[in-house]
Design a protein around this ligand. Structure first.
Ligand SMILES: Cc1cc2nc3c(=O)[nH]c(=O)nc-3n(C[C@H](O)[C@H](O)[C@H](O)COP(=O)(O)OP(=O)(O)OC[C@H]3O[C@@H](n4cnc5c(N)ncnc54)[C@H](O)[C@@H]3O)c2cc1C
Length: 639
């Protein structure tokens, strides 16, 4: 059942305790509770997700940040950004960041998963195996209203899981221009231009190419780890309890096996300085608090670098909080000659009301869509690399950069929405960055004070040069002629560059522009990484079965375990890792290995499988925002 106060929970003893009802935690809790003989407790700091339009309406995705469903963190001043701090949104809600993210559904390449396997020495993390776990997560359903999609554009990589994924729900104006160009460039005689070629499925192993953005907005509503996994488990089973508004303050040593400390107890509180309660697991504690929360909880429990924790060290784990990586982004803007962009919907409350009413009535219309319909993953040109500047991607077929085409202006802290005008934005991101950051405790060491988050954005020359090249790539793409005609300018649609980048002429100007405006895509990973087999896992926090080294009874399952950053938006990787982790935990504890059939929500009659011809295979800074159920005036921060 769902509880709002730990004092009301029926027991202090469970078989498994999952910390964080976020993306990974919801999957793990749901899968473990498939064994009805085991009792599972899930502890979540944040709020309930139900009835919150910022969570449910796909178009409002960027508005959830800075509200009551966001931890509202910020980074420490970033050296590579002229000392600017940037916002760090993280889901503070059932579903975690899957409930506030921008819905993109990209798995990453074969090369990525095969590199995970080679680092960890565990073939189970390789592509062949992980593809199977990916298919347990998502089912592709038809878009609500997008007649422009042709059968050959429909991807086949999703399986028959509970998360409803779709191609864009509505047709947006840049889409066909992007596709005309990308489809032509796929067979360009120039290998440099073939980098921009079209793909109909970036989740099928070959992640390279420009195509449709698959999104977690099936049937016009956001689908999350909570809606797909946690709530159905709560509705159908008596052996799972979830408590919200409850923060884990630390893990408590519950015993000792030989010389190894056992960590199966969890201390919680509902307010800073408030009463503490302890819960204990007979089998395992699973830490799924995300890249920031997991590192913070480990450090607060004395599991971390002795060099930082000093006398508070219980287990010296030097890699906790290290190896943090995120994807940097910069947006460039073009004026467009069109009144169909979403800019007016951001400015005009009566338009918003009309669109919202349409969504409430039909789950269709503009608000059923994420404002990103098309994006692509690219290699940097081969000439970019040299012995002095090697390729950091996980393999020769893994991307380095990403272009995201947005049907309007992408407002951000350094780029407020202009009062007038219509725009197309291109978000340029580096997906194989080399900058490495960290999570550390602040001097005020409790979970109600935010940790020190340092993403080290644009901290290396590689990332700066790669971003310069990616911005140039974006400009090349929209300047390309197909059959003598430029699809972006042919009818006067794309006009001049807008904003600070328009006046950046020299390389130095462009680098200054990047440092003044860069943000991240909010994909942090790595703070509790899997170690390498080569080192005997000593260079990691967890081993390849995600068990925390040096202790017993404790595993980590979330984005923090990834030793390298996926060259993709990260949620699909996190769901997929959580599916495999659930199997590992079941195996190690003698639970049934195969999951019971998934809880696919009953689809409307016309959704009998898609595509129809081919059935699917299978700081206490929180709380300064607008509050639940509010929507409207937030700022987009990128997609
Ligand atoms: C604004 C934004 C946009 C994004 N856009 C995309 C996108 O378009 N596509 C994509 O693939 N990915 C996107 N991502 C990234 C993706 O959502 C994350 O990589 C993924 O959801 C992380 O999952 P996780 O399980 O590691 O952590 P989370 O889902 O964040 O879960 C962690 C959970 O632990 C809870 N928790 C933390 N500390 C404690 C504590 N002390 N006590 C109790 N509970 C605690 C949190 O409240 C949260 O519910 C985006 C993320 C954000 C924030």
């Amino acid at each position: 059942a769902l509880y709002t106060n730990p004092a009301d929970l029926p027991s202090k003893n469970y078989d498994f305790i999952v910390i964080g009802a976020g993306t990974a935690g919801s999957v793990v809790a749901s899968r473990l509770s498939e064994d009805l003989t085991k009792k599972v407790l899930v502890i979540e700091a944040g709020v309930d997700d139900t009835g919150n339009l910022n969570v449910e309406v796909p178009f409002f995705a960027p508005l959830a940040a800075n509200t009551a469903v966001d931890w509202n963190y910020t980074t420490v001043p970033q050296h590579g950004l002229n000392g600017r701090s940037i916002k760090v949104p993280r889901g503070y809600v059932l579903g975690g960041s899957s409930a506030i993210n921008y819905l993109g559904w990209t798995l990453g390449s074969q090369d990525y998963y095969n590199k995970l396997a080679s680092i960890t020495g565990d073939a189970g993390w390789g592509w062949t195996s992980m593809q199977g776990f990916f298919k347990r997560v998502s089912t592709l359903v038809p878009p609500t209203d997008n007649p422009t999609i042709t059968p050959d554009e429909i991807p086949h990589s999703n399986g028959n899981g509970p998360l409803l994924v779709n191609l864009p729900n509505v047709d947006l104006e840049p889409d066909q221009r992007v596709f005309t160009t990308a489809k032509a460039l796929k067979s360009s005689p120039s290998s440099d231009l073939r980098r921009f070629g079209y793909t109909n499925d970036m989740n099928g192993g070959n992640a390279l190419g420009i195509g449709y953005n698959q999104v977690t907005a099936g049937e016009g509503t956001r689908t999350t780890a909570a809606t797909a996994y946690l709530h159905p488990a709560l509705q159908n089973r008596k052996n799972i309890d979830v408590v919200i508004h409850t923060r884990v303050t630390k893990l408590v040593k519950s015993g000792q096996e030989g010389s190894v400390p056992v960590f199966k107890s969890v201390e919680v509180a509902t307010s800073k300085g408030g009463a503490k309660t302890t819960f204990t697991a007979s089998k395992e504690v699973v830490l799924s608090a995300g890249t920031i929360g997991t590192a913070q909880i480990l450090l607060l429990s004395g599991i971390g670098p002795q060099a930082d924790l000093g006398s508070k060290t219980v287990v010296n784990a030097p890699q906790v909080g290290k190896n943090v990586r995120d994807h940097p982004l910069v947006s460039i803007f073009y004026n467009v000659n069109s009144n169909r962009t979403y800019d007016d919907a951001l400015r005009d409350s009566s338009l918003q009301a009309t669109d919202l009413n349409e969504w409430l009535a039909t789950k269709g219309g503009l608000f059923s869509a994420s404002p990103v319909n098309t994006l692509g993953f690219l290699r940097l040109p081969q000439t970019f690399f040299s012995p002095a500047r090697p390729d950091p991607a996980s393999g020769p077929n893994a991307p380095n950069s990403e272009l995201i085409f947005v049907d309007g202006f992408v407002p951000g802290d350094t780029n407020p929405l202009p009062a007038t005008g219509h725009f197309m934005s291109i978000i340029c991101a580096i997906v194989s960055p080399t900058s490495v950051g960290s999570i550390k405790l602040s001097s005020n060491t409790d979970t109600f004070t935010q940790p020190l988050i340092d993403y080290n954005v644009l901290g290396t020359d590689f990332d700066v040069q790669a971003m310069l090249q990616t911005i140039t790539d974006a400009q090349t793409f929209v300047s390309t002629k197909v059959g003598g005609v430029n699809p972006f300018t042919k009818d006067g649609y794309l006009q001049s560059l807008f904003g600070d980048f328009a006046s950046a002429k020299t390389t130095a100007d462009k680098i200054a522009f990047m440092r003044a405006h860069a943000d991240t895509v909010h994909h942090p990973v790595g703070s509790a990484r899997m170690g390498s087999a080569k080192s005997g896992f000593t260079d990691g926090v967890v081993d390849s079965r995600l068990r925390v080294r040096g202790v017993k009874g404790l595993r980590v399952v979330d984005a923090s375990v990834l030793p390298i950053i996926p060259e993709a938006h990260t949620q699909a990787a996190v769901y997929t890792v959580a599916e495999r982790a659930s199997d590992l935990i079941k195996q190690d504890n003698g639970l049934s290995g195969r999951p019971t059939p998934t809880y696919t929500p009953a689809p409307p009659a016309h959704h009998s499988g898609y595509p129809p011809s081919s059935p699917n295979q299978g700081n206490g800074q929180h709380g300064q925002g607008q509050g639940q159920g509010q929507h409207g005036q937030g700022q987009h921060g990128g997609y």
